[in-house]
Design a protein around this ligand. Structure first.
Ligand code: GAP
Length: 509
């Protein structure tokens, strides 16, 4: 197992052990790609939602939110193109009977070659020590160059086959690259077939007369079909945006990597309606604005990168992903797309209703163009959580695991700990709890030695531990221990609320 795989396993185990994320239906042996958030997970998730929601609606006077239903008229998914084209190319291995996404098999093959380049680099760095020049090595080493050429060649062919929807070509490429089934080890593959990712169900009380409806695979369409309702009732003037947070459902076949790829997940999406012709300016604006949002979490900028799409979907005229370096490598965290007037025009066509905007400044009506920002809440959770997970060796030789979460996102802001369970300390601690819980999510803990209790709070990322001791009973002061530095300071109880407020600052936007 590589260090990264090992670290990822520890992160997943930590998430379960400390009440952040549980496998769904665990006592029935679980359900693949479905997860439940526990008592700490739901707080962290809500705090992330709030950070996004405020940054969109409160910080932008021209953006408002909605909460549309998960069930929508089935024709919406015809109009959006999801019924006909929201597919993944699947391939089965005849020996193991396991099903894979053909595109993922090829992507993983490319990732393996990239891993070889990293290994060459690590070897050379060890050999040359301080004199090692990574950039020069990567641009001159013969083996690295050979790997690079291979990657470029495969990527070019792969992207061409995907664009042309050439399923036979994908199978041929898998065979040519010698990709084997990870379970059976064989190359005995079926043809590649398209598989629609939408879940369907029936609405109506009598099954024969029931209509098929879909669980929404994205929240965006709920915004598009409500765009005129919001524009009219909110007297919104272009440019304006509509934001939404909500569940989406996809029948993902490759269900791995924990909460990175789930069948039921949450999206935080915003559609920004602009004048035709001004979309690229706004696309650039949102690209930069969204990156600033990520960086305000105080995660180093090296962990993020843009991946501009070279081949664009037929409805887009610019698109980029913000990728994050998860423990298993750089992967998409957020998509920013200039979607033209595609969706609104299609809904006009399929519904027969006009979805135009009258622009008083231009004195003309038009269908607005749309810039979309779409981020996965669960992926953001995973990014924040995995980056915060830190194993530390302390000066006294002991070890601790601490979640260095941005304080504003921490599930519990402060814990109150009576040093001992007697002499009136628990009562005093409860008094403090009663004052602070009006403002903050708090926890009271009196079990075990104080050191153990500090570790428990470190493990869930609590920024402050307030300890009640003998002196507290004499002069109404407590010690406050800070999570990251583990420094303690003494202060009057009456200062606590102000102190925590001052230190748990909102993230700067
Ligand atoms: N409306 C545009 C849209 O849905 P997308 O790239 O398919 O675009 C947007 O999804 C974001 O939703 C992704 O960047 C990712 O963060 C998240 N996402 C997509 N599929 C997901 C899944 N199966 N599990 C968790 N998050 C997912």
């Amino acid at each position: 197992m590589t260090n990264k795989e090992d670290l990822f396993k520890k992160i997943v185990a930590h998430a379960k052990e400390y009440g952040f994320v549980f496998p769904s239906s665990e006592i029935y042996d679980g359900m693949s790609a479905v997860y439940d958030y526990g008592q700490n997970g739901v707080e962290l998730k809500n705090n992330i939602k709030q950070y996004w929601w405020k940054s969109m609606t409160q910080m932008h006077e021209n953006i408002v939110g909605i909460d549309s239903a998960i069930f929508m008229h089935p024709t919406i998914w015809k109009a959006s193109g999801h019924v006909d084209a929201f597919n993944d190319p699947l391939i089965d291995n005849k020996d193991s009977k396991k099903r894979y996404r053909a595109d993922v098999l090829i992507e993983e093959h490319i990732a393996k070659i990239e891993e070889k380049i990293n290994k060459e680099c690590e070897k050379a760095a060890k050999k040359f020590g301080d004199s090692f020049n990574k950039e020069q090595f990567l641009s001159t080493n013969a083996r690295v160059l050979e790997y690079r050429t291979k990657i470029e060649e495969i990527t070019r062919r792969f992207s061409d086959l995907m664009t042309r929807n050439d399923l036979a070509g994908l199978k041929a490429l898998i065979e040519e690259l010698g990709i084997v089934c990870p379970v059976s080890g064989s190359r005995n593959w079926t043809e590649v077939r398209q598989f629609n990712l939408m879940f369907s169900t029936k609405v109506g009380s009598v099954s024969e007369q029931a209509d098929i409806i879909y669980l929404r695979p994205e929240t965006a369409q709920g915004i598009f079909v409500n765009y005129l309702n919001v524009q009219k009732t909110g007297r919104m003037k272009i440019p304006f945006g509509i934001a939404q947070i909500g569940k989406a459902f996809r029948n993902e076949i490759v269900a791995r990597q924990f909460i990175f790829r789930m069948r039921e997940f949450e999206q935080m999406e915003m559609q920004f309606f602009v004048r035709p012709g001004e979309e690229i300016k706004w696309f650039e604006y949102w690209k930069q604005t969204r990156m600033k949002w990520h960086l305000a979490l105080n995660i180093p900028k090296e962990k993020y990168r843009f991946h501009d799409h070279e081949k664009l979907a037929h409805y887009a005229n610019a698109a980029t992903d913000i990728e994050f370096e998860f423990p298993f490598g750089f992967k998409e965290l957020e998509g920013i797309h200039s979607r033209t007037d595609f969706d609104l025009k299609r809904h006009q066509e399929f519904s027969g209703k006009k979805l135009q905007y009258f622009d008083p400044e231009l004195n003309e009506s038009y269908v607005p163009y749309v810039i979309e920002t779409s981020i996965g809440l669960d992926r953001t959770f995973l990014a924040v959580f995995s980056h915060a997970y830190t194993e530390e060796r302390l000066e006294d030789g002991s070890e601790r695991v601490v979640l260095r979460l941005p304080r504003i996102l921490a599930p519990v802001k402060a814990a109150v700990l009576p040093l001992v369970k007697k002499d009136g300390m628990p009562e005093k601690a409860h008094e403090i709890m009663n004052i602070l819980k009006q403002d903050f999510q708090m926890q009271y803990d009196e079990k075990d030695a104080i050191g153990k209790r500090y570790r428990r709070q470190d493990a869930i990322g609590t920024p402050y531990c307030i300890t009640v001791d003998t002196q507290t009973l004499e002069d109404n002061t407590v010690t406050v221990r800070e999570r990251d530095s583990m420094q303690q300071e003494r202060m009057p109880i009456e200062n606590l609320c102000m102190y925590i407020h001052r230190n748990i600052k909102p993230l700067e936007l």
